[in-house]
Design a protein around this ligand. Structure first.
Ligand code: PHE
Ligand code: CA
Ligand code: ZN
Ligand code: ZN
Ligand code: ZN
Length: 294
């Protein structure tokens, strides 16, 4: 799997910050900064050869947008999907929440194209709208898929906040070892992500599937899921500060849902490691290939 260039991920964050600056300071559902975010991401994917589609829905009197991008090829009956929410709260630009996940999965998708990956599974990426209003876009997507299409999705990887300034390294608890596991098959996803962090000697702790991000709709339908999270309003414990460094007794993200969630609200090593982990997981779980076309 490729090493995802941190500079590329950060360049996307810089563009998302500029989009917020030009649109009243946020990228929230129903505001022009959200549609501009979708258009920015779509432009990059279209230029790279993805088949993209914008799915619209209505919520709270406004039009919402999901962006779905398919990489041509692979087994259409065996889909690996990777997603991140593309909206912010209205209070600020949402660069860690969730520019970080949006940019990290975008750069992974662009790496798939750069490398001409020919995976065994079919790869699909999704940027959800209106997560901040209650997982609206991702629920709309899974609820409106024909059941035959839904059953082709064999795994869902979710990335929501992967560059928190006082980071933890949390994997969704696929195997249920901490009490709230995912559907059958989720342990494999957790294990692949853990294997990456083990290879770079970074400790990982479980976080429960507590329903706070866009995997919610997928696990309700029994789709195996997983992903990483660097922490939100919770405070880093002293044991965690021993493990990962950073500040004990301080929130993982002091700017969570605030105006200060700007491009300076990012821990670069956390963002870099998570972007590389996403690429490792996509390459490993998609199986086969890596050879350029032709
Ligand atoms: N989904 C939450 C938000 O966007 C953040 C979060 C992500 C919380 C993952 C828990 C786990 O505000
Ligand atoms: Ca990297
Ligand atoms: Zn979020
Ligand atoms: Zn949020
Ligand atoms: Zn676990």
């Amino acid at each position: 799997p490729p090493d995802i260039p941190l500079a590329n991920v950060k360049a996307h964050l810089s563009q998302l910050q500029s989009i917020a600056n030009a649109n009243g300071g946020n990228r929230a559902h129903g505001r022009p900064g959200h549609k501009a975010t979708i258009d920015y991401i779509k432009g990059k994917l279209d230029a790279a050869g993805f088949q993209t589609a914008i799915q619209t829905f209505s919520y709270g009197g406004a039009t919402g947008y999901n962006l779905i991008a398919d990489w041509p090829g692979g087994d259409a009956n065996n889909v690996l999907m990777t997603g991140a929410h593309s909206d912010s709260v209205t209070a600020g630009p949402g660069i860690n929440d969730n520019g970080s996940g949006s940019a990290a999965i975008l750069e992974t998708a662009l790496a798939v194209a750069r490398e001409g990956l020919k995976p065994a599974k079919h790869l699909r990426f999704g940027w959800w709208g209106a997560e901040e209003l209650g997982l609206i876009g991702s629920n709309y997507y899974v609820n409106n898929l024909p059941s035959a299409e839904r059953s082709k999705i064999k795994g869902y990887l979710n990335f929501d906040m992967v560059g928190s300034p006082n980071p933890g390294y949390f994997a969704y608890d696929g195997d249920g070892s901490s009490g709230s596991g995912g559907p059958a098959g989720s342990a494999e996803i957790e294990n692949v992500l853990r294997a990456y962090f083990s290879s770079i000697n970074v400790a990982v702790r479980d976080t429960a599937f507590d329903g706070r991000s866009d995997y919610g709709g997928f696990i309700r339908y029994g789709i195996p899921a997983g992903g990483m999270f660097t922490g939100a309003e919770g405070r880093k414990t002293s044991a965690e500060a021993q493990l990962w460094g950073g500040q004990a007794g301080v929130a993982y993200d002091r700017c969570y849902h605030s105006s200060c969630d700007t491009s300076s609200n990012i821990n670069d090593p956390a963002l870099d490691r998570n972007a590389d982990a996403i690429a490792y997981a996509v390459w490993t779980l998609a199986g086969g290939g890596g050879e350029p076309p032709g």
